[in-house]
Write a protein that binds this ligand. Structure first.
Ligand SMILES: Nc1ncnc2c1ncn2[C@@H]1O[C@H](COP(=O)(O)OP(=O)(O)OP(=O)(O)O)[C@@H](O)[C@H]1O
Ligand SMILES: [Mg+2]
Length: 250
């Protein structure tokens, strides 16, 4: 990036010296175009890498539970490195909105939720949180990788908010022509200072948070013609509600 910027500046300087204003505009436009392409590519790459990385992290944590000695130590290192990669990707996503076109296919939303819960099994065990998935099969035509990403972000937030001994419930249902996933936790609920800016980039109350999870999740939900809402539950805790049309609009 540094050399690319250096190159751009040199080129800009040269064209200005020659007072070829028109040419300078062309160079500027060309760099703006390059910039747009790079931004789109960065977002796509970061987005595509997030899910496999979450699997690596989840599996390393799971295998680590039954490992001993050196193996246990090394898997710990692997987990921390995966964490590092995740935060780098989050930073990259900060610069680009991940709106790669949808790759639609028929899936079972309940099955997808079970997959996501399995991915977080080790984290939940570590934090003594019970993670349950309720409901029956819901056939949905969607981009499964993106919906999975939405669910991962919601389950991670719910686990982060959960006290030891708490329960996170993921409930998958069908309402009219829409599929609905509700993720409920028994944490303190949304704090007043962030409640009305949850979906703005950078809103976070966590030490290591990027404040992008909900931004990305909502943009992916809306890309499907769906919606993502968060609210405090009447009986305590936070309730995140994702709705997506069962079939995409023609
Ligand atoms: N289940 C929840 N209970 C309480 N507060 C929540 C919950 N989910 C989200 N929040 C609040 O919303 C903020 C923004 O969430 P978001 O997922 O966008 O970012 P983050 O979790 O802080 O960081 P990251 O980008 O790593 O996901 C959180 O920092 C937290 O304050
Ligand atoms: Mg989050």
């Amino acid at each position: 990036v540094g050399s690319r910027v250096g190159y751009a500046l040199r080129q800009l300087f040269e064209t200005m010296m020659l007072e070829r204003l028109e040419e300078r505009d062309q160079v500027l436009e060309m760099h703006a175009e390059h910039n747009r392409t790079l931004t789109a590519l960065t977002g796509e790459l970061a987005h595509e890498l997030k899910n496999p990385l979450a699997s690596v992290k989840g599996l390393a944590a799971l295998v680590r539970r039954s490992a001993e000695g050196k193996a246990e130590e090394r898997l710990g290192v692997l987990g921390r490195e995966a964490d590092r990669m995740q935060s780098i990707l989050d930073e990259l996503l900060n610069f680009s909105r991940p709106l790669v076109p949808l790759a639609m296919e028929p899936v079972d939303l309940h099955g997808l939720a079970v997959d996501v819960a399995e991915l977080h099994e080790a984290t939940a065990l570590d934090r003594r949180v019970t993670l349950v998935v309720e409901g029956d099969a819901v056939p949905l035509t969607c981009d499964p990788r993106k919906i999975r990403q939405v669910l991962i972000n919601l389950v991670q937030n719910a686990l982060d908010a959960s006290p030891p001994g708490g329960t996170v419930t993921v409930r998958v249902t069908e309402r009219g022509r829409r599929a609905m996933v509700r993720v409920r936790d028994e944490g303190p609920g949304l704090s007043a200072e962030v409640a009305d800016q949850l979906f703005e980039p950078g809103t976070t109350t966590k030490a290591g948070g990027s404040g992008l999870g909900l931004v990305v999740a909502r943009s992916l939900a809306r890309q499907h013609g769906g919606e993502l809402l968060l609210a405090n539950h009447a009986e305590g805790g936070c309730l995140a509600e994702l709705t997506v049309p069962l079939e995409p609009a023609a």
